[in-house]
Ligand binder design. Structure first.
Ligand SMILES: CC(C)(COP(=O)(O)OP(=O)(O)OC[C@H]1O[C@@H](n2cnc3c(N)ncnc32)[C@H](O)[C@@H]1OP(=O)(O)O)[C@@H](O)C(=O)NCCC(=O)NCCS
Length: 245
């Protein structure tokens, strides 16, 4: 009998609204080969489409006939960028700027975008990571070495795929690269009061870097941001030291 489910399928229990994710399937001798049995994680509520995969409280075994298929969870991946990705990344950065509408900054953020040559450099030197959904780019992070640290120049995720942990996964890919290159920290420049900027980076282990601790290169970088027309009111530099977490 062909298997009805495979790992990654979101299912509900036929008799209740409990739901879970199939983690393993196997043919059941106990059931005379008529049905497969499944180990699934279950919890009380169906996650909304686009929400993060459930982190459910327990594992249970069910016959396939007692489960109903809902959908497959979408496979995300983080990988180094290739030159073929670059056009998509430009569009992602522009689209991500819409999040700044409540702050009156959407237009400037969609206009002052990462120079193409910086993306090309990142794809060449390994400092550019892409988040993909079913192989299609939906987010990216660009970083370059600066003063013994890796500086995160740009981070964007398409709004339709926001708040599922992709931004965090991209930041961690940059942190991991810094560690592999024996660098001491990751630095970045961001806005103090936008919730998905400084407050969010604080939750990821970054601290605001006092102005008297800015290196000459960081000062140059901030001056360059101002010259490009990026909003500078409320701007802060942040740093995550790599031996801290
Ligand atoms: C920053 C960005 C890349 C994060 O991507 P993401 O995939 O949504 O990131 P995550 O899902 O890992 O975390 C997002 C966090 O931002 C915060 N956040 C996002 N939207 C928010 C909102 N409307 N209100 C409050 N907090 C919000 C939350 O802390 C959220 O975490 P949570 O969902 O666990 O509460 C994305 O918001 C983006 O592209 N923004 C526009 C460009 C930008 O600001 N880049 C960074 C500039 S330094």
């Amino acid at each position: 009998m062909p298997s009805l489910f495979s790992p990654g399928d979101l299912v509900t229990l036929a008799s209740t609204d409990e739901c879970g994710v199939i983690v393993h399937t196997w043919p059941s001798a106990e059931l005379g080969g008529l049905e497969d049995c499944y180990v699934a994680f279950f919890r009380a509520e169906l996650p909304a489409p686009g929400a993060a995969p459930p982190r459910p409280p327990y594992v249970a075994r069910y016959a396939a006939t007692s489960l109903r298929h809902v959908r497959r969870l979408e496979p995300f991946a983080i990988r180094p960028a290739t030159p073929a990705d670059l056009d998509a990344l430009v569009s992602i950065e522009r689209a991500a700027a819409v999040r700044f509408e409540p702050f009156g900054l959407a237009d400037v953020m969609a206009t002052v975008v990462t120079p193409r040559e910086d993306l090309e450099r990142g794809a060449r030197d390994g400092g550019l990571f892409v988040a993909t959904l079913d192989g299609v780019p939906v987010g990216f992070a660009l970083a370059h070495p600066l003063d013994g640290a890796l500086h995160l120049d740009e981070l964007d995720v398409l709004p339709a795929h926001g708040r599922r942990g992709l931004g965090r996964a991209l930041v961690e890919a940059v942190v991991d690269l810094a560690r592999r290159r024996d660098l001491t920290a990751v630095t970045l420049s961001t806005l103090r009061s936008v919730p998905w900027n400084a407050p969010w980076y604080t939750r990821l282990g970054f601290h605001v870097l006092a102005e008297n601790a800015w290196t000459p290169h960081l000062r140059e970088l901030v001056a360059h941001e101002a010259a490009r027309g990026l909003p500078m009111t409320d701007r802060v530099l942040m740093r995550r030291l790599l031996d801290e977490r």
